[in-house]
Design a protein around this ligand. Sequence first.
Ligand SMILES: Nc1nc2c(ncn2[C@@H]2O[C@H](COP(=O)(O)OP(=O)(O)OP(=O)(O)O)[C@@H](O)[C@H]2O)c(=O)[nH]1
Ligand SMILES: [Mg+2]
Length: 461
Amino acid sequence: MLNKLSGWHDTIVALATPPGIGALGVIRLSGDKAINIIDLLFPSKNISDQLSHTLHVGLLKENEKLLDQVVISVYKNPASYTGEDVVEISCHGSSYVQDQIIQAVIRKGARIANPGEFTQRAFLNGKLDLIQAEAVADLIVSSTAASQKAALHNIRGKFSEILKDMRDQLIQFSSLIELELDFSEEDVEFADRKKFVELIDIISITTKKLLGSFALGNVIKNGVSVAIVGKPNAGKSTLLNTLLNDNRAIVSEIAGTTRDTIEETLNINGILFRMIDTAGIRDHSADVIENLGILKSLEKIEEADIVLYLFDAGNLEISDVKKVKEKLTKQNKNFFLVVNKSDIINKQNVENLLQSVHEILFISAKENTGIEELKANLFLSVTSQTPLTENTVITNARHYAALFEIEKSLSEIRDGLTNNIFTDLLSLEIRRCLHHLGEITGEITNEDRLDYIFSKFCIGK
Ligand SMILES: Nc1nc2c(ncn2[C@@H]2O[C@H](COP(=O)(O)OP(=O)(O)OP(=O)(O)O)[C@@H](O)[C@H]2O)c(=O)[nH]1
Ligand SMILES: [Mg+2]
């Protein structure tokens, strides 16, 4: 286990609620001196004599100076978030009052906490593993049902349980293999190789499933960018407005209305889509600004996760649709071909189009038809590979990288077992696999990595 970090024994303090004016603010302290410090500032009661998990109303005073009327919550070690003595002061939500209290607490012996230091201490005290600690940060920034669900799943230790299971089973075999090494003179085999191969196969299936869930995990964590592109006047801005149910972008019958890109988020069934309205693309424009807009649209096609290519039903050339389809396929883009203004469509044209180009959607952005189907298609395109279920979804690149190494190592172990490699080499590979498993949960880590992970947290958490 790693050495406890420098500054570990300090008592730390931070504002846990957002800075600025609010009804209430919460100031949090953790460490050996947390309760002593409050005793020096809270004359009406001796907090050290109180039971853990109790609340106390009273005046906070530094010497004779009145600071605020507050509620003190007491959590005595080890039954607290950090595993240390924790005190939370619920005070009035004035920045001035909060600053005064924090300064008084510092004068009595605490120091300001680093970002994530409360959770870092919880981890170092064994209250949480690293997956759970990272999930706390994810939950704080979650903005959709899916990201909330994934974070809570990990806080509850579901992913950790899977890894613990794998680790326990591997350790069992690894100790038998190590035993064989101790008796290497006698050429005995304690570990049943056939059973071991079966176990490796089972673990490998789980690992591959977890690795496969990362595409969805990425979507859950970072959202999906969708560029709405097409010729001028196709109705891109109208579509953005209809999707958002808001008059966000200017719409007009003049071709070339949108000059700059407009980006807005859209929540579809708990997944965040970033919808990007772009300038209409045409070959010849004498307008310098419009040309810059067109260049930007082309860039957005490159960058977007999904391209939504909009055609104007009133001005539809089948050859155009085919050309666009070919180009986007060549670019290896995930795309949708959408014919807008289906309210004015020519029936013959539609039938021809349906016959010659598969997978084409018809909508009317203006009349709000086909929009729900379009949304359902967008949602399915990112969730169909790994449906949103109760299963663990990997949302963290650090976990993905370690799982990737685990999978590599499992396949080495499997090859080794089939080729009857030397027991010491086998043992080395198992240890490598265990090492990467321990890296994810934080059983194996180092100070720099921890500092990096926790530096991404909010102060006060
Ligand atoms: N009939 C009909 N008209 C539509 C529909 N969607 C958009 N329009 C009209 O088409 C014209 C162009 O719409 P915009 O949304 O500005 O088109 P755009 O693709 O953003 O155009 P640029 O920004 O110039 O590239 C406007 O007059 C809209 O009212 C539709 O579904 N049906
Ligand atoms: Mg527009």
